[in-house]
Design a protein around this ligand. Structure first.
Ligand code: MLT
Ligand code: MN
Ligand code: ZN
Length: 295
């Protein structure tokens, strides 16, 4: 299985357009590598590729990824897009993929219903772009030789669908993780997860590689830095640090562990900071745009 990180960032990317935090300033000055928004590409044979989440940066992500360059006058190696939720950073890129090329979008009914309810997504010509409704815990094959299973993880509905009351730990079709299996290797891709439950821990036992929600280091990171009012929990993202954080909860996993969907405010982006040192000591890596992983 070939995995390529197209975008290591969370919604907004690094630098985020309206943010003057230290990380964003460092990315503007070139002291930190920029990150585009949340997406992975996966292939079994190196020829056909599935993209997991279609970010608003997908045009540039394709432009800098040789594996995704057209193979003919109007032939793309893209075969499928798999969505883990309806968040803007995961679906807006579908609008860029509108130019008469055949591929299949795989997502839960709840997520596909969001696309169907928004007329702008009708630019994906239904004669060419099939929408495949995936059921939780039922394997499907977006590529020959790649078995994918979506499973519920704690999360909330997309920001633009929030009502007055938001259940940030809801379990269902609105936020899923993906188990990928090919050539005897098992990879989990979980870019959004509000809580590491015992069920999730048990599920990850067969992992060779886990790509996990690295949005914030601390739950109160945005309020405490003045960059926003919301906690990680309120945004549907478990923090890396703390007794219930992902580092502590996933400490028993001895496989390769990589954080993805990293918010621009996350202090672990600083290579020489104490947060990065703690993360590395705990056996984790931070993803970067263009990172290639062969599990
Ligand atoms: C998230 O991951 O929390 C969302 O991408 C937020 C957003 O839509 O801006
Ligand atoms: Mn996001
Ligand atoms: Zn910032």
């Amino acid at each position: 299985m070939h995995i390529k990180v197209l975008g290591a960032g969370a919604g907004g990317g690094l630098p985020q357009w309206n943010c003057g935090c230290r990380n964003c300033a460092d990315a503007r000055s070139g002291r930190l590598p920029a990150m585009s928004q949340s997406s992975l590409a996966v292939s079994v044979d190196g020829q056909g590729w599935a993209v997991l989440n279609a970010s608003p940066d997908i045009r540039q992500q394709f432009a800098v990824t040789p594996q995704l360059a057209p193979t003919g006058l109007r032939d793309s190696p893209l075969r499928a897009v798999v969505l883990t939720n309806g968040d803007i950073d995961h679906v807006a890129g579908l609008l860029t993929l509108r130019e008469k090329t055949r591929f299949t979008v795989f997502a839960t009914s709840q997520t596909l219903d969001i696309l169907d309810a928004n007329a702008v997504f009708a630019v994906l010509d239904p004669a060419l772009v099939e929408k495949s409704r995936i059921a939780l815990d039922s394997p499907f094959a977006p590529l020959d030789g790649l078995e994918v299973t979506a499973f519920a993880v704690p999360g909330k509905v997309a920001l633009y669908l929030e009502g007055d009351e938001v259940d940030t730990n809801a379990m269902g079709e609105q936020t899923v993780g993906l188990r990928l299996s090919a050539d005897g290797h098992t990879v989990y891709y979980i870019p959004g997860c509000a809580k590491v439950t015992d069920d999730l821990l048990a599920r990850l036992a067969d992992a060779d590689l886990v790509l996990f929600d690295g949005t914030v280091w601390r739950n109160d990171e945005m309020p405490s830095t003045g960059t926003g009012a919301k906690t990680g929990a309120r945004m549907g993202h478990v923090a890396m640090d703390g007794p219930d954080g992902s580092i502590a909860r996933l400490a028993g996993l001895t496989c390769r562990k990589v954080f993805v969907h990293i918010n621009n405010t996350n202090p672990a982006l600083q290579p020489d900071g104490p947060e990065r040192a703690a993360l590395s000591a705990a056996g984790w890596q931070i993803a970067a745009d263009g990172m290639e992983i062969t599990p």
